[in-house]
Design a protein around this ligand. Structure first.
Ligand code: SF4
Ligand code: SF4
Ligand code: SF4
Length: 248
């Protein structure tokens, strides 16, 4: 099985999940052949890929062309991480005046970039999504295993609160008066932050139909206003996710 790992506008953090596989890598190397992975190898071949992993959002014309080329060359395409799935933190610019954002970041005018930073799925068909900022190695391992064995791959579709309650965590909202995006965030991380007495800040992105009104009411009870909630969504990893685009 020929595999490619590709990077677009991103911090490279999700690609590190491949290195975290460590022990499994040896076993996997008997079944898959990594043909293209710039972060891991200086020997890269552009092939027809059975499986392409794509990290990062699409932010330039060059990236728009490249993602289409990868899609044409790949049987299956997996978007990995919040940047690829939802546009990432860089998509916060989608809600601002572009020229102001541009001049506050670049001191020169010659860098070509789009006004919007968008998810991979806005440009090409995506077969699977792995959520998180970064993704975790367990879900990556599960996905690769499912593809190799030809079985179905399913991530949780329910909110993080269910995962959190199953772990027996005291709710940080009730116990500590903290804000938490758990009710509208997709489960899958093992309720990592609430397990350490921190509110979830939504790195897995929204569930399919997030109830922002109910969460807003919860924020009001904590003495925070609607703006605080919107900022925690807009200035975050999944600002441009399709599940709440138009709602915030
Ligand atoms: S999702 Fe997070 S960890 Fe992954 S590339 Fe984007 S910013 Fe980095
Ligand atoms: S701590 Fe957050 S994720 Fe856990 S139950 Fe409370 S609101 Fe839900
Ligand atoms: S608890 Fe929320 S912010 Fe923390 S890892 Fe899980 S999804 Fe991400």
């Amino acid at each position: 099985m020929k595999v490619g790992v590709f990077k677009f506008s991103s911090c490279d953090g999700c690609q590190l999940a491949f290195f975290e596989l460590e022990e499994e890598l040896l076993e996997l190397s008997r079944i898959i052949s990594v043909e293209y992975f710039l972060e891991a190898s200086s020997s890269n071949r552009w092939e027809h890929f059975d499986l392409a992993f794509v990290e990062g959002s699409i932010s330039t014309k060059e990236e728009e062309e490249r993602i289409k080329k990868i899609r044409e060359s790949s049987k299956l395409l997996v978007a990995i991480g919040a940047c690829a799935v939802s546009g990432g933190i860089q998509s916060a610019r989608n809600f601002e005046d572009f020229s102001q954002v541009y001049s506050s970041v670049y001191s020169y005018k010659h860098y070509e970039t789009n006004h919007y930073s968008k998810p991979v799925g806005d440009f090409v068909e995506v077969d699977f999504e792995l959520r998180g900022c970064p993704i975790n190695k367990e879900s990556l391992k599960e996905l690769i295993g499912a593809i190799i064995q030809g079985r179905s791959f399913q991530m949780p579709s329910y909110p993080l609160c269910l995962e959190c309650k199953r772990k027996g965590n005291p709710c940080v909202v009730v116990a500590h008066g903290l804000s938490c995006l758990g009710p509208i965030t997709l489960a899958g991380c093992g309720a990592l932050c609430p397990s350490y007495k921190r509110g979830c800040y939504g790195c897995y992105g929204p569930i399919e139909k997030p109830n922002l009104e109910a969460l807003e009411e919860g924020y009001r009870r904590l003495g925070k206003d609607e703006r605080a909630l919107k900022e925690s969504l807009i200035l975050s990893f999944n600002a441009y996710n399709k599940n709440w685009r138009g709602q915030i």
